[in-house]
Write a protein that binds this ligand. Structure first.
Ligand code: DGY
Length: 330
């Protein structure tokens, strides 16, 4: 890792997108900070340039910091302090080769992301997206017993894929709020007392989980190892009336396979907050009525976006004071 502290100048910091005003002001007070005033995503070439001019870069999910963007002999940048918990947009091995520390912002967004996953689950099951589209189109003809009949959520079985902080927050809401039975798939084993808190049962494989659940909510990391974790074979393992919810990363779901499953009623429906190649949306998804789509809003509350900024600030202060940043991931 680049020797952090001990710069004999105020660290020069680049913020790649606009942040809530309060945290931008705190950053500007503490560091020699440059903001991306136009709030446009930066190109790989701009990143390569920035890596030679700034002591810290504060990227986020819209920034591609892959091997190509990090293809330099040396960098001035000592830390990529990511604004967000997911960091699959950063090639951590390439960062390490350049001696760059990488941090993220866990914890502070778990509740709001789980809240949004619940929102999606309820919207999908209760056909809220279809209902709103119908009403706004002036096509609602009035109450009738057979109109937009959905699926009950309370008391059903929820499969949680990835039992980290956000998965736990989802279990809390679903089990204690909606009386749902919880089944967990997680790479490592979860202790019995944690499972007992949510009346949850852990299964060995994802293939074991899928046929048992009425709802499946994804809370695992993105990146190459989980690319298309849910594809046509696994969609076939789901119950024909089950729902898939993705607030993790777009690449975790094979969107073309999902569209096929939705169009041929192989599953009941799906709800997505994240997309492969976002903000571009695969056109085939637009044709699926039994699909709810939101524009990556998981952490989008005033409180959480401010807390994420403060968490980045804490990591930066630790780094430049010569301490190990609390949220170092590489
Ligand atoms: C996260 O924190 O990972 C959100 O998805 C935004 O990047």
């Amino acid at each position: 890792m680049n020797a952090p502290a001990l710069l004999n100048h105020t660290p020069r910091v680049l913020v790649t997108r606009r942040w809530p005003a309060a945290v931008e002001a705190e950053l500007a007070e503490r560091f020699d900070t440059v903001f991306n005033v136009e709030d446009k995503p930066m190109s790989r070439a701009e990143f390569r340039e920035a890596l030679t001019h700034f002591d810290a870069i504060l990227p986020t999910v819209t920034d591609t910091l892959d091997a190509e963007a990090l293809d330099l002999d040396t960098a001035r940048t000592g830390i990529l302090a990511n604004y967000g918990v997911g960091y699959s947009h950063i090639d951590t091995a390439a960062a390490k080769t350049l001696g760059i520390t990488v941090t993220n912002t866990p914890d502070v967004l778990s509740e709001c992301t789980a809240d949004l996953a619940m929102t999606l689950m309820l919207m999908g099951a209760r056909r809220a997206g279809e209902g709103e589209r119908e009403l706004r189109a002036g096509a609602w003809t009035g109450w009738r017993p057979t109109h937009l009949v959905g699926s009950k959520v309370s008391g059903k079985t929820l499969g949680i894929v990835g039992f980290g902080r956000i998965g736990l927050a989802m279990a809390q809401r679903a089990h204690h709020g909606f009386g749902m039975k919880i089944i967990v798939y997680n790479r490592s084993s979860v202790s019995q007392d944690v499972l007992d808190r949510y009346g949850a049962k852990q299964v060995e494989t994802l293939d074991d989980l899928l046929p048992l659940c009425d709802f499946v909510s994804l809370h695992c990391p993105g990146g190459p190892e989980n690319r298309h974790l849910i594809g046509s074979r696994r969609l076939d393992l789901m119950k024909p009336d089950a729902f898939l919810i993705n607030t993790a990363r777009g690449e975790v779901v094979d969107e073309h396979a999902l569209a096929q499953a939705l169009m041929f009623d192989c599953i009941g429906g799906a709800a997505l907050d994240v997309f492969d190649g976002e903000p571009n949306i695969a056109p085939v998804l637009m044709d699926c009525d039994n699909l709810v789509m939101l524009p990556h809003l998981g952490s989008a509350t005033q409180e959480t976006r401010t807390a994420m900024g403060r968490r980045v600030l804490d990591n930066l202060v630790d780094f430049f004071d010569g301490r190990e940043p609390g949220d170092r991931v590489a």
